[in-house]
Unconditional design. Sequence first.
Length: 405
Amino acid sequence: MINIPVYIEFFTKMSSAIFTLLLGKLLFDETNSLWAFASAYGGEFVIVTLIQMYAGSIADKYSPLRILIFTNAISSIVFISLFTVYDYFLSHSLFIAAVIVYIFRPFYRTSLFVLIRTVAKKEELKVLNGRVTSASQLGQIFGLTLTGAMLSFYSVNYIFLAMAIIYISCLFMSIKFCTSSHYNCSTNARGDGNRINWREFGQFLKLEKHFSVRLLSSFSIAFCLGGFYVHLAPVVVEKFANSEIWLSILSVSYATGAIISGMLIKKTNNSLSNTSSDNLLLFNQILAIATFMSFGLFDNLYWVPILLFTFGISTTLSAVGLSTYLQKNTLDEVAGRTAAAQNIVIASGNALVAFYSSYLFDYSFIYSSIGVSIILFFQAIFFRVLFLLYPGKPSDVFCMDTIKS
């Protein structure tokens, strides 16, 4: 039963991949420019920033499972309706789907963050986070593959049907978990007396500088991963003669590394300390720099799948280590706001690398890839200094009374 968050992440990531590829393909076909991706990431950042703070407050007030049940139910109804009336509202269907996916995505991310730290013991957090991250990558592979097949043999209408089936599956799993004895699915799991506002959460971040620094470091992981996805199609065009096979090879190489890292986390869980996430982040930044430098400087990149495989492992290990650190060191009363703040930081990293890469890509692909690696180099130095100034430590000694005073 504890693996239900893993299954939910798999299906929701599959749905996200299906829609992202569909929307990205339509935008890129219309513009033939990386600014299409920048617009998509920028739109997500604006929406996430506006909605995420509300999603964090809701997650701190209500049970995350009840939030998942509500969002899955609404999403299921909407996509079933879109499938039914697609022929009558063809021009508006994609817009409605975009609104649903973008609005509910912050609630999914925040609720899963809170749910994982609620159902798992502290010593199990890293393992469960590893499974969730691996499921996320696996769901993305399945989603991209499914979308490609449907666009080749069927119409967009069947993509809406696939997304409806996915959300219905998540709805049943959420209800099953909610009705089980493993979790208290009350409407208010934290009580009225412990509710705080965003100002008090800001006070918590001010007191816990080591926590705030690691929350901010989520930006670097998002910058690395967002940069990879933005450059994936252009590097295939520039270095592999626009071969669709190599597009699959490169994306699967990264995703395979991310999936296998889940197994590594389970085996090395006892040897990884709280502060190991700092070293994992630095290792990930080094590999990201090597990846983007290779994209720009070398013409023969037939060896690059090995580098991307390692990059996938390091990205997942650093992301899991960071999420586990935040889940262990936040407080029950601000868990939802912690997830919301992290998601805003991640969205800003994705948006910045998309706009930065798009601007440089107007000059050349080499400028874009080398430019990203230079920014990552300075990020590595910046966060390394912050980690040394504010070493990681447990924050359990602080309580809400200290924050409110």
